[in-house]
Design a protein around this ligand. Structure first.
Ligand SMILES: Cc1cc2nc3c(=O)[nH]c(=O)nc-3n(C[C@H](O)[C@H](O)[C@H](O)COP(=O)(O)O)c2cc1C
Length: 220
């Protein structure tokens, strides 16, 4: 489409919720989301493949800068591929913890008990690696990539959670090794790694709290 050309228009989709139901729905959604926790121990129980497909479909509805949709979702379920992912990730993480992380960063991570060992990359029945898509031979220069991909990942986490699946938002550093494991070209840059599955029997999570509602909202 040339710069001067505009998209044709269609009527805005209607998704009407009667006012009487709106508050209850908003409250119910917030209550469901309050049950989401980052899980680091996964059961072997497989996840229904179609749930992953629909969750990615939901993620890909996200708004994006200039509608360029600068994301790719690589869904790994093959055990051998996950094994390779884990081996490469642990090598990168060992380097991070030993040499690259600042003392301040290590201090922030200490209460969460995270270290270079990443069994969840193999134990989780599925791992979704999300990539930013930058300018390349067949892709345009995107705008607001981090914001766009961040919103898409938020939708992905919400979609998986409301289908009863647990997730871990994992950000290995650096992430370049993911291009090779996921067979993605240079112009794609890994954004986050999301193991998906069901919590292992007896899985625990840190006993953390959220900020009080009135600390995060400003009403003017
Ligand atoms: C951008 C981002 C990166 C994260 N990276 C990691 C990670 O590499 N490893 C990990 O165990 N948790 C990671 N987390 C999970 C956070 O520690 C977790 O979301 C936070 O402690 C709140 O806990 P909750 O998700 O259970 O509510 C990450 C979360 C976000 C949003």
């Amino acid at each position: 489409m040339s710069p001067a050309e505009r998209y044709p228009v269609v009527p805005a989709p209607r998704f009407d919720v009667p006012a009487a139901q709106a508050v209850a729905r908003a409250e119910a959604f917030a209550d469901v989301m309050a049950l989401r926790r980052t899980v680091r121990d996964f059961a072997a129980r497989p996840v229904p493949a179609d749930v992953l497909e629909h969750a990615v479909r939901a993620a890909a509805t996200a708004p994006s800068g200039a509608n360029l949709q600068p994301w790719r979702f690589v869904v790994l379920t093959d055990p051998e591929r996950k094994r390779r992912l884990r081996a490469a990730a642990e090598a990168a993480e060992r380097e991070f913890y030993a040499h690259r992380a600042s003392a301040e960063w290590l201090d922030a991570l200490a209460p969460l008990g995270t270290d270079a060992s990443k069994p969840f990359l193999e134990d989780a029945p599925a791992v979704i690696v999300v990539f930013e898509v930058h300018r390349g031979p067949s892709t345009p220069r995107p705008y607001y990539v981090k914001e766009s991909v961040g919103i898409a990942v938020g939708l992905l986490l919400a979609a998986l959670h409301q289908a009863g699946l647990a997730t871990l938002t994992h950000t290995p550093s650096p992430m370049r090794f993911l291009n090779e494991v996921c067979e993605r070209p240079r112009e794609e840059r890994a954004y986050v790694v999301i193991p998906v599955g069901y919590p292992a029997e007896g899985a625990t999570v840190p006993d953390i709290t959220r900020k009080p509602h009135d600390d995060v909202i400003v009403r003017l």
